[in-house]
Ligand binder design. Sequence first.
Ligand SMILES: [Zn+2]
Length: 214
Amino acid sequence: MRMVILGAPGAGKGTQARLLSTKYGAVHLSMGNLLRKEVSEQSEIGRSIRGTLSKGDMVEDEIVNMIVENQLQRYESVILDGYPRSLKQAQHLDSFLREQPPALDVVFLLELPVESVIERLSGRRICDRCSKTYHIQFYRLQHCSCGGRLIQREDDNPETIRHRMEVYEIEIGPIRDFYEKLGLLYPINAEQGMEDIFADMSAVLDRIILPKAT
Ligand SMILES: [Zn+2]
């Protein structure tokens, strides 16, 4: 099974990807986490993208394409989260998967209004060890269940969030059209609670993926 989860920052892509990964046994590939790992390990790529990431800008296509290709060669069943982020990346992924099947089965789009995005992201905290996310409105923790420290992501301050939203709004239209034409796009209402979003996505997967397997 190969799927993409699209959606604004804070729409819950990571949370849903983690849940789906557990239920369907696919590897969760979070581009954000993969990039932040490069930064924290101070790799050559990490040093070159640190500034871009902290400003909330998009990392160069060549870099993210290369990271995704490496992962797709390693894992067959994947959930892509945070990639593709532009039409060019979507087209690149499409032609790459033609040479390295299987192709994508489904593309989810988590839809959430801008005001909700800002509200969610400014209260978001992330574990510095396992990358699990929490919201200060619901949790008043200092530490994650794994013992890691809960920190605010460098790109989760209100100014950067607004900028990331602008970038997102510009890019998402063409990506959406691209996948809609391919018949892969499934919009999901992300204003619902986490369980309801998960139930909607699971229903789609059970409908389109399980019949294929039999
Ligand atoms: Zn943790």
